[in-house]
Design a protein around this ligand. Structure first.
Ligand code: BDP
Length: 572
């Protein structure tokens, strides 16, 4: 395996001439750029530039080709990527926050390879997430953002996650799906696998950890097989004890290992029972945040030190979960959640969907693609406890229900072990909650409505949550609530945009929600302040609803959460 991150050549292409001029065969660089990171925060003149832009890098691949396939993996390119190696097109990928893999076996040379990527992130109504959406009574808020995103985070562009080269044997393990069950104190682990061209071979599955070790060998029939392991007195995975076992899956023939995959496995179950979320059979209350991959100078990318700091901060306040608002996060983030014991609501990039006929079939096709890519990538993470199909769809048109039925069916066909939901601002009129497993709503009474008046806002919140629960009778998660606080802005009595108002609003929301037994979790919006597009309601091009600043320093609200969530009462 080889990382290709670092400094690449870069050239913006505002005249869109690169394809005609065959820049894919190599171009004269305009400047250097660092990847992984968005281009918008690296150069002043690129701040609002959405593409197209060209990247190139040269590399050697001294490794052997014998009986191997060689591949290149992009962790994420926003939004549309086209890729060439040595002048030949490898393929393209649409969608900003999920990985794609391209085969390079026939084209790669031992020396002097030229890899070229063209990326663009135009905002269009038939993309996901949609941008440039014309405002309309049923379909969207008119946020009037510049650039014209139809969502509230900056539409950062470019190669935003690592690029890696790797090889696999021609006969290889294609896919591993691990599911776990619990019976008393015994853990049951099922490992399903596919393998290519693997005749007369077997799969050897070994699980090891906490003094336990077991190996099973099962013959591969028509491309796949399943192995079962029983772990007596198993150590279960949970936020307070994120125990991980080591799993090794080997493709074996004639006493030789042809290919192998290693994974960390958490034995745990996640189920819904009436108003509760059950982890390992016991009710668990989700306390945490919506987040963003957003960092100064990087854009939509968290350098490892910032990622580690986010986890330390979440732990410090006593959080046990988060939602990947509003797109799947990096592989490194998911691995950290497994290791440190966070419960993750994994969300697709479908934020701000609308259901006018025009472009709808294309948006559905993309949502299906992203749902599948997300589940394929994240299905083996014990931290991932549910799938969120969308954030704040403008679902008032009837077509929305068919759309989400289709997506829910797809998610359930790919994974029968996790609940499926979506996150709504509508509440009782989000009819898709009828067929989803739990109800998730975002609430901003006291901010966008009843501004500055918590005495009016809190009773309204109370009535509203009760009505939603009466209608759907499912566990309810309040997946967003919060207020902007400009760091260092203080007021007594509290007024909007002061740290005191943010603290008061969060405190009164939590106090109320703790009294409602049907509430299964509360996520504050947001862990950190984050960049968004310019708008009159976004001073400094920032959303200041973080309880930590963009450079990860605590505001008053972070100290409040620490007091609430570290106590027994907050821990219900
Ligand atoms: C919610 C959105 C979120 C926004 C937040 C806000 O889900 O993306 O950032 O409002 O307005 O509606 O701060």
């Amino acid at each position: 395996m080889r990382h290709l991150s670092g400094k690449w050549d870069f050239r913006p292409d505002p005249q869109n001439q690169g394809t005609r001029k065959r820049w894919f065969r190599g171009f004269t660089k305009d400047r250097a750029i660092t990847i992984p990171a968005s281009w918008n925060e690296q150069y002043k003149d690129l701040r609002d530039y959405l593409g197209p832009a060209w990247y190139q890098t040269r590399f050697d691949w001294p490794g052997s080709h014998q009986n191997k396939g060689i591949f290149i993996r992009f962790g994420s390119v926003n939004y549309l990527a086209q890729v060439w190696l040595n002048g030949f097109k490898l393929g393209q990928h649409e969608g900003g926050h999920l990985p794609f893999v391209l085969e390079v076996t026939r084209l790669i040379k031992k020396k002097g390879n030229l890899l070229v990527v063209r990326a663009e992130g135009f905002l269009k109504p038939d993309r996901v997430p949609p941008g440039n959406v014309p405002p309309g009574p049923l379909d969207s808020f008119n946020n009037n953002f510049n650039p014209p995103a139809s969502f509230d985070f900056f539409p950062f562009c470019g190669i935003q996650r690592p690029v890696i080269l790797f090889s696999v044997p021609n006969e290889s393990i294609q896919d591993v799906t691990v599911t776990t069950e619990i019976s008393g104190n015994t853990g049951l682990v099922q490992v399903k696998s596919l393998a290519t061209n693997a005749k007369d071979s077997a799969l050897r599955v070994s699980l090891e950890g906490f003094g336990f070790k077991a190996t099973r060998e099962v013959p591969i029939q028509s491309g796949g097989c399943t192995a079962f392991l029983k772990i007596p007195k198993a150590k279960f995975w949970a936020p307070s004890s994120p125990h991980l076992y080591q799993l090794k899956v080997e493709l074996r023939r004639a006493d030789k290992t042809i290919d192998q995959i290693k994974l960390l496995v958490g034995i745990r179950t996640i189920k819904i029972n009436k108003n509760k979320i059950l982890l390992n059979g016991k009710p668990i209350f989700l306390k945490g945040f919506g987040r963003h991959e957003d960092f100064p100078g990087k854009g939509r990318n968290l350098p490892p030190s910032a990622l580690a700091k986010d986890y330390r901060n979440m732990r410090w306040v006593g959080a046990n979960s988060f939602r990947t608002t509003h797109y799947p996060y990096s592989d490194e983030d998911m691995a950290m959640a497994d290791r440190l014991g966070f419960l993750v609501i994994d969300e697709t990039p479908a934020v701000g969907l609308f259901f006018k006929k025009e472009g709808l079939a294309r948006r559905l096709k993309l949502c299906r693609q992203f749902t599948k890519e997300m589940i394929d990538r994240d299905k083996n993470h014990p931290s991932v406890v549910m799938w969120s199909l969308a954030n704040e769809p403008h679902s008032k048109r009837a077509a929305a229900q068919g759309f989400f039925k289709n997506l829910a069916q797809l998610a359930r066909s790919l994974d029968q072990t996790r609940p499926v939901t979506l996150v709504s601002y509508l509440g009782t009129s989000e009819n898709s909650f009828r067929f989803l497993d739990l109800v998730c709503v975002n609430r901003y009474f006291g901010w966008y409505t009843e501004p500055g008046d918590l005495d009016k806002a809190i009773p309204r919140l109370s009535r509203d949550l009760d009505a939603i629960h009466r209608k759907f009778k499912k566990p309810l998660l309040v997946t967003e609530f919060g207020a902007d606080a400009i760091p260092g802005s203080h007021a007594n009595p509290p007024i909007m945009f002061s740290e005191e108002y943010q603290e008061a609003m969060i405190s009164r929301y939590i106090e109320l929600m703790n009294k409602k037994p049907y509430i299964a979790g509360t996520h504050v919006w947001n862990l950190c302040d984050f960049r968004t597009a310019q708008a009159t309601h976004r001073p400094n091009s920032m959303n200041y609803k973080g309880v930590f600043t963009r450079d990860r320093r605590p505001k008053l609200a972070a100290h409040l959460l620490r007091r609430l969530w570290k106590t027994k009462r907050g821990n219900r």
